[in-house]
Design a protein around this ligand. Sequence first.
Ligand SMILES: *Cc1c(COP(=O)(O)O)cnc(C)c1O
Length: 356
Amino acid sequence: MRVYNFSAGPSMLPMEVLQEAQKDFLNYDGSGMSVCEMSHRSKYYEAINNECIALLKELMGVPEGYSVILVQGGASTQFEAIPLNLLTGSGKADYVVTGNFAKKAYKEAIKYGDIAVAGSSEDKKFSYIPKNLTIRDDIDYLYICQNNTIFGTRYTKLPETKANLVADISSNILSEKMDVSKYSVLYAGAQKNLAPAGVTIVIMKDELVTDGMKICPTMLKWKTQVENNSLYNTPPCFPIYMAMLTLRHLKKLGGVEEMQKINEYKAGLLYDFIDNSSFFSNGVNKEDRSLMNVPFVTPNADLDAQFVKEASANGLVSLKGHRLVGGMRASIYNAMPVDGVKTLIDFMKKFELANK
Ligand SMILES: *Cc1c(COP(=O)(O)O)cnc(C)c1O
């Protein structure tokens, strides 16, 4: 039996994509081999690489003057790559600390330059997006984490800045419309909304494709992959192939705009139910709520544990909240069907009745 998997990542992939990959697993496109086995210099793989990048550009609306690269190391490796590529002017950058991942990014950056915190929501356990920022004039970039996977917040309005805006979109890539021209760098690990873990997408303005800091390692230098069409070394071929299938699927569904409508509908159902319940609650500032990650609690920790256990026995898995937050978290990425959310809400109703 397939379950509804509410994991924050790696997460569900569309059924159609899994089936397509299964169908072609042993013999891809008449090549007589699996994508897992083929040379990354073969014509088959080159076509996958190029289609994946082209579809990302098309579906995200990446304008002229930007490059898209596919790299390894997860989003976390970009925590270092960002300062190493970008601290080339004043050597200063400001970070908005809105959660665990933003903090980790900040902690990497301070090794390489003059880094300051422009704003933080740590005072209230990262339950909101700070709006009053202190941004220095001469920074090389301003850093934000747009959707905070662990705490369930997101930016609905970007901070005002003339500086290069760098955003971690690991947990909201392709889930809502984004005006890419407002950013200088966007990046995302693939395992939340796109593919199995192993590939990370980095999108940057061409003018930022430089040699970076003198100490920047070749493999962390974006220019290395930009100049080699993401084929400088062996790429994670299979995750990139899966990403391509997910992107094709998303295009068929109507693209990001259509996906956003579905995501708003799904998240709306869940938040409305929680807000109207006297048993379940969500502590996130309403205007800053994530469409992708919905943390919630029952009246006490024992009931939370019971909820997670019983939900799991009913085919609703990975609902345990992050250890930093406790309680529950439903991650409802693109691939979570509306029915999955409705089934979760039905289960929550029953649980509430039985335990109130
Ligand atoms: C999951 C996640 C990360 C870490 O991604 P890895 O690919 O595991 O390094 C970073 N930022 C955000 C917002 C995430 O959700």
